[in-house]
Design a binder for this molecule. Sequence first.
Ligand code: 2P0
Length: 336
Amino acid sequence: LNKKEVVEKILKDSLCVAKNKQGVYFAPANIALCKYWGKRDLELNLPQTSSLSVSLGHLGAKTTIEELTDSKETMDEIWINGKREKPNTPFSKNLKNFLDLFRLTKTCVYRVKTAINIPIGAGLASSAAGFAAVVGALNDLYAWQLAPAELSILGRLGSGSASRSFWSGFVEWQMGIREDGMDSKGHVLTEQWPALRVGMLILNTAPKPVSSRVAMERTVSTSPFYTAWPAKQAVDLRAMKEAIAAQDFNVLGSIAETNALGMHSLMLAAKPPILYSEPSTIESMHRIWQYRDQGLSLYFTQDAGPNLKLLFLEKEAETVKSLFPTLEIIAPFGEK
Ligand code: 2P0
């Protein structure tokens, strides 16, 4: 199956006729606590394993989309944070290819305006929020009235991790087993954890040298340790869901940390190796371990970039902020 066929399956009863002048949608960014790393289907972004994330509340992408009917434009107009994107950047091409899945006619062009309040391309999940917001905005524009789980499948076609950006709180992306991926979608957990905090430790916002897509492919095809990953992931995921149900923060934090380090160790063994960490990343890890030895319940996770996301509870927020003054602290379930 290709992407277009999946879109047609989902939209079989809906017409792509603009019902509203414009569509609007906000999608939160999400941070994986049990990571998605490796695809079993490169076209449909079907993962090798399930994964679990927490959404970042107000941090994310808000997209407005409209069809340009009377315009002489032949290309989509893409705006990010008030700036017009050039049509030939990798980002614009990527988005254009994605929008091609939804155009009713070849002459249909879109104006897409996205306001995004997280650094783009620095392993801070901007693509997840970005694609989810575009899908949600199309759903609004065309009044498809799709359920979040169906939007999740469409979002996945843009970027795997976007499948988890249609809910707030904890979201599991269930890998599914079907070839068409109709069972590979997000599912929100009922548990809330108001005291949970995520701290964004931004060490470098420069775009990453190796894209997640390339890094995943290389890891799966060349890392000798990749065969061990699905089993570890299944064990971690089950234990993490238990920790969430029991609100056991130290178990949650330690699984998240070893899961991230496990993912990065796969990459170190790839050929050629992939190392997203920078000296400041390693230095911060050592500091976190030192504080933990001294009794502070503080853990980290790391995605496809040098930045760390710190995990802690509200009662430690002041201490953590004094240790990492630049930290942006997010309350994924809102302030109490
Ligand atoms: C995740 N990451 O679970 C993992 C952990 C980064 C590290 O999903 O190729 O942009 O578009 O499916 O989703 C980032 O990769 O990759 C990612 P594609 P995506 O959040």
